[in-house]
Every structure is written in C-alpha cells, then in structure tokens.
Design a protein around this ligand. Structure first.
Ligand SMILES: Nc1ncnc2c1ncn2[C@@H]1O[C@H](COP(=O)(O)OP(=O)(O)OP(=O)(O)O)[C@@H](O)[C@H]1O
Length: 360
C-alpha cells in the first residue's frame, strides 16, 4: 500500500521534482529544512496545487493523471495545519461533528465516542472554543479530521504553533494515532525531535526533491543522518516501562525476531507505563569499555558488538554498536580512545550509558 507521486512544479524560483513512492502505513514524516518544499508536496497530494505535470496514485486509486484531477473532497483526506482552524461560532461538539455529518454513513469507520475517548475530549465538549488552549484546539482539530474517516491524514507542522507544555501534552495522542485508528499519517515537520518521537519512516527532502525514504531505525543508524545536525548522533530505542520500585522504572526494549530484550534503568517516571515508549540516548552520552568495569556509578552497562567505526571530525569517532536486542546504539568517543582501546569492527565491548531520556 503506497502513495506514488511523479510531478514537476514551479513556484517562482522554486522547483519541485518528484518520482517517488511513499509508504502509507503508520506515521511517515516529511522532514527537511524550511523552504525545501514539504508544504507544497502536501498540498499537491491534497489536490490543492494546480499543476498539469503530475501523476498521483494512492493504492489502486488515481488521484491525478496530468490535467485530470480527482476533486479534493473525493480523496477522503483529513487535514490538520499549524493553526487549528476551528469554527468559533460552533460548540466543541459541533466542530467535532462537522465532517462526520457530511461523511456518507457507509464510509464512516471512526465514530464520535471512540474518537472522543482516543483524544480524551469528553471534558472539553461543553467549553466555548475561544476558551481552549492551543493544545486542546489542536486535539479537537485532529478529532474533527479523524471523524471524516479519512484514508490518509495530512498533518502540516501541527505542533509548531504550540509552546513546550502544549507539545508535551499532545505528543502521546499523536504518537499512537496511526496505530490506534488504522489511518496512515503524513507528518510535515522540520523538527528532528518530532521525527524521532513520532515517525515510523522518514522521507528526507532537500531543494524540492525527496532524497531518500527509509524506516526510522535505518535513519537513526546512519551517523551522518540529517536528523543529527543539531545535537550530534543519537539512538532512539523502542520499548515498554515497568515499575521496579518507588520512582524507579525499567525500560524494556522491544527485541526484533527471537533476540533478547535489553533493560535500562530510568528514574522519576510515574505514568503511561503500559504503552510503547521511545528512549533517546545521545551518542556523546555513551562510552565504551573493553570489559565490564567495577565500582562505577553508571547504572546502564550493556554488552554490544561493534559494527562500524567512522571518524566524525578531527578528534572524534562515531561507533555504531549493536545491542543484544538487535537495535543500534551509537557511541561518540575520541579518536584517541579508539586507537588506545584498539577498537575494531566485529569486536565485543561494553557500552556505558551515562544518560538516557524518555521521550514524552
Ligand atoms: N505561490 C508561490 N509563489 C512563489 N513561490 C512559492 C509559492 N509557494 C511556495 N513558494 C516557494 O516554494 C518553496 C517551498 O515552499 P514550502 O512552503 O513548500 O516549503 P516548506 O519546506 O514547507 O517550508 P516551511 O518549513 O518553512 O513551511 C519556498 O521557497 C517558497 O517560498
């Protein structure tokens, strides 16, 4: 199941040139710098960019073939933009039901009760729209879009107008959205953190082209990934939380195939322990030792196998390690340490994880 796009489009000096296939399962992030063409691509998919030079096919449906275009309403898309565009004269409930009432009964797969519960909207129903916070408005905009039972949800920077608290509040709703509703999501963002936290796969865009489309795990396993331009390489592991004592938690990774889960100690967490989480570990917070050290304050010591050693700059190397569950853990250490420890590809070592942050 895919979205196939071939297109050439000019807007002033800007050229969008595409001959690509995007996955339509889970959340696919369209990631790239400001001005690279993410919004234009989303608008093209939605049928909002007039061009004769495009072929767009969603599964077995033709959405555009040259000058012929399937009308926007018949593509059955849910759209959510940066600014939630709620209708101010309608109640929250009427806003939510706006698209639902206009969706033919035979096409309705998502219903008000389920969407209200998914996005925890029940307490907001009686509030006037103008009293809602930015995060609450965006949750309602998401609910309204879902209640049209879309085939595809297009989200254009839905978090960028929100402050840090509102972002944290809405994240858990977004992260489970595609898996809990079965509606695939295309998420436009220029935030690497949002990609790491939400995406299942990433389409990297640059200068009006899609450079590559890859699963998030692969994107994070490349030390030169564009996702790492701000803070340097990082690993994001997927797993569950288990309480082991007051304020003490274990993060248990989801192993691939018949591999063994890996456990991390995490402190200070208290809720959401049943769902899947992502744990982010900066490569610069991971050191390597040849044998398990004794008498050390670092709690998370993991056996790893070294897969690759690359020089990152004049002084530092990035070491790609495979942990026991099959996921990748990146370590950034000095080139001098690589030489002194005589680290080699294929060798086993112990990773010392100084700090790991749960992404919420
Ligand atoms: N109607 C237009 N006329 C001229 N130039 C346009 C038009 N629409 C878009 N552009 C240009 O096309 C380029 C791509 O814009 P687009 O909004 O798709 O980028 P983006 O990656 O979504 O950026 P951002 O993250 O800042 O929203 C930009 O340089 C923009 O100025």
């Amino acid at each position: 199941m895919t979205l196939q796009i071939t297109a050439r489009l000019h807007r002033g000096d800007f050229h969008l040139t595409l001959n690509d296939t995007l996955p339509t399962e889970g959340i696919t992030a369209l990631f790239g710098r400001s001005g690279c063409g993410k919004t234009t691509l989303l608008r093209l998919i939605a049928g909002l960019e007039p061009t004769r030079k495009a072929e767009i096919r969603f599964h077995d449906q033709v959405w555009q073939a040259g000058r012929w275009r399937l009308p926007v309403s018949r593509r059955r898309l849910g759209l959510v933009f940066q600014e939630p565009s709620l209708l101010p004269h309608l109640s929250v409930e009427a806003n939510l039901l706006y698209g639902y009432r206009r969706t033919p009964a035979g096409q309705r797969r998502l219903h008000p009760e389920a969407v209200r519960s998914l996005l925890e909207l029940d307490t907001l129903l009686s509030q006037p729209v103008h009293t809602l916070s930015g995060g609450q408005r965006q949750r309602i905009a998401l609910g309204r879009a879902l209640l049209t039972s879309p085939q595809l949800l297009l989200l254009d920077e839905p978090l960028s107008a929100l402050d840090a608290t509102a972002k944290r509040e809405i994240m858990p709703f977004l992260s489970g959205l595609a898996s809990r509703t079965g509606v695939p999501v295309l998420l436009v963002t220029h935030s690497a953190r949002e990609v790491e936290q939400l995406a299942d796969q990433v389409a990297f865009m640059e200068n009006g082209r899609i450079d590559r489309v890859e699963p998030l795990r692969e994107a994070l396993a490349r030390p030169d990934s564009p996702l790492f331009s701000d803070e340097g390489p990082a690993s994001v592991l997927v797993g569950r939380l288990e309480e082991t004592g007051p304020g003490q938690w274990q993060f248990i990774t989801e192993p691939g195939g018949d591999r063994q889960a890996v456990r991390f100690e995490v402190s200070g967490r208290s809720s959401h322990q049943t769902s899947l989480h992502r744990l982010r570990i900066l490569a610069s917070d991971v050191s390597l030792a040849l044998t398990r050290p004794e008498g050390i304050s670092i709690r998370n010591l993991l056996p790893v196998r070294i897969e690759r050693i690359e020089d990152s700059d004049e002084y530092r190397s990035t070491v790609t390690c495979r942990i026991e569950d099959g996921q990748v853990l990146l370590s950034r250490i000095t080139r001098q340490s690589v030489r002194e420890l005589e680290l080699k590809t294929g060798q086993t070592a112990v990773a010392l994880v100084k700090s790991a942050a749960l992404m919420e």
